[in-house]
Design a protein around this ligand. Structure first.
Ligand code: GRG
Length: 303
């Protein structure tokens, strides 16, 4: 088993997070037309204490395909901006009605609903501005915009969220049908953004078809493992380290992996998915070691 606690990977992950935070900060210098309150709400949500999993996947995928961290940094910022928008909107009273996120009151609790909606809109828009202006050549920027739009749009993240809100995860005959429905929601709602993070890193690095396929296989499995651990954290995580409310799934009677499979089988399934994710990286050789370590970290996370 890969040792995610190895000082070398922990150090590498810490340094990457610092670089990502600095890059996000640099892209948050909004021009004079942006109202002060809106600006504050954008920065409050974007620069809060997130794990930066998706931007790390962008950067590590680029490295695994022989590209540079510097060239992939705009794409890393763009995925984090879309992710931050989705969290702000997800927390709104009309959707999940949450009051705690990333260890601080949710955006709408601090700035009001109208400003939170607008801050989310702004973050989504900023993501595409960063890609369009900073990725070169323009054809590559267009390909990155298209990939991110597809992952975040109506057939993936927003569509999965819509089915989740509509309670579609309660349908399906028997346990297998329910697991299938649950996986379909999470593949779109959570998995698509994880998969596209890897794809953007690979595109910027000029990856070939074999590398893209390997990363897509890894991302698909990692996305599901991430969601299962998210469900497990909701059962036995603590609010202090998670930085968000826990126990909500049970209170809302939501269908979850632990609810369907039990705690032990859910953990085993997440572990199996991470093993398969790491195996899928074989075509990338030794340069994919950090992606493997990151996948193990997803299993061990407490937030
Ligand atoms: C478009 C409104 C809208 C929502 C999209 C992503 C999403 C759907 C909702 C987010 C809410 C949520 C709890 C989703 C399940 C798992 C998930 C994406 C958790 C948050 O991601 P982390 O754990 O968060 O990577 P940090 O704060 O570390 O970045």
């Amino acid at each position: 088993m890969i040792n995610t606690q190895s000082p070398s990977f922990s150090q590498c992950a810490g340094e990457l997070r610092e670089q990502i935070d600095a890059a996000l900060q640099a892209r948050s210098q909004l021009a004079r037309g942006c109202p002060a309150e809106l600006r504050e709400a954008i920065l409050y949500s974007l620069l809060a204490r997130g794990k930066r999993l998706r931007p790390m996947l962008v950067l590590l995928a680029a490295e695994a395909c022989g590209g540079s961290i510097r060239a992939a940094t705009p794409a890393a910022c763009a995925v984090e901006m879309v992710h931050a928008y989705s969290l702000v909107h997800d927390d709104l009273p009309a959707i999940d009605d949450d009051d705690l996120r990333r260890g601080q009151p949710t955006c709408h609790k601090t700035f009001g609903e109208a400003t939170a909606i607008l801050a989310g809109d702004a973050l989504l828009t900023m993501a595409f501005e960063v890609l369009a202006k900073e990725i070169e050549p323009p054809e590559l920027a267009a390909a990155c915009c298209a990939a991110l739009a597809e992952a975040a749009g109506p057939c993936n993240m927003v569509g999965g969220q819509a089915d989740d809100v509509a309670g579609q995860n309660f349908v399906g005959p028997g346990t297998d049908g329910r697991i299938g429905a649950l996986e379909s929601i999470h593949r779109r709602k959570t998995g698509a953004m994880i998969e596209v993070s890897l794809k953007l890193g690979a595109l910027v690095a000029g990856a070939g078809a074999e590398q893209l396929t390997a990363l897509a296989r890894y991302g698909r499995r990692l996305g599901l493992a991430f969601q299962i651990t998210d469900d497990l954290l909701d059962v036995h995580g603590d609010e202090q380290s998670a930085g968000k409310r826990v126990g909500k799934d049970a209170r809302q009677g939501r269908l979850t992996f632990p609810g369907l499979l039990g705690l032990e089988e859910s953990s085993a399934r997440a572990e199996q998915l991470v093993t398969e994710a790491c195996e899928a990286l074989a075509p990338l050789g030794g340069r994919a070691e950090d992606l493997k370590s990151l996948a193990r970290q997803v299993l061990e996370r407490n937030r």
